[in-house]
Write a protein of this length. Sequence first.
Length: 315
Amino acid sequence: MPTSHIAVIGSTNIDFVVHVARFARPGETLHVHSSTTGLGGKGANQAIAVAKLGQDVALAGWTGADMLADMARTTLEQAGVNTRWLMKDPAAGTGRAFITIDPTGENQILVDGGANMTHAAEACPLLCPVLDHATLVMMQMEMSPALVLAIARQAHARSIPVMLDPAPVPVDGLPEDLYALADILTPNERETRDLTGIEPIDEATALQAARILHARGTRTAIIKLGHRGVAYSAPDGQGFIPPFHVRAVDTVAAGDSFNAGLACALARGAVIGEAVRFAAACGALATTRPGAAQAAPDMEEVAALLDQQPPADLA
């Protein structure tokens, strides 16, 4: 009998990362301290982060048919990700991201979506087989919004929970129907502001924004506040998880590790407060090392961090 898995449908990129003393001003040339090349893309990052936490995971999407695609597939498979539904587009290149990081760990990112962005809603049947035996599907907005919406409808029809990371928020916002199809929506501060008009700076303002998302149909809203913590609002409880205190060196893909931790905890039957706390620990640990996919923590590391900070009352 086939085993169940978490399905990730999303982008696969190769990241070109540079570390600088400060961000360049317009027209300025700076020397970098160091540079690296590695796997990225929110879909690939989340899939590897799930695999590192010991959960079966399959990734669906596209690369190009180039050397970067071979690099991406090898890295994914070595991490334990099922790449059966990761397809090659012969006409488009593999996605690329160009990331600049300053000494505080803050980043600026430019993305060439490549093959990730060349397929619209008509490609949904090519990806939907990954939903077979899936316990949850994770998606992001580094693909065509029409395709994300079509897949969410298919998952909803199969009663598969949809976790949507609304990053990057499209210029025109999320498709209106997507709110009700997203069982779990996980925006960060900037994305929350773009979606609701509210700048979340604490628990109160985050929950105010969550009420707007609920009114649009989203069942569970989880507002990631970075170093301020995480607020959550769900049918079975709401609350706030304070931040874990770690030394951040690189915030790239911390949100992807957060979402992976949330998905794994929910798949294992955790209640919402426990799941968000577990996810927050995953995201915090991802900031303590450089890189995107490779920064995701394993279960032993997460357990150790959870033990260092006693939990608050959880729903």
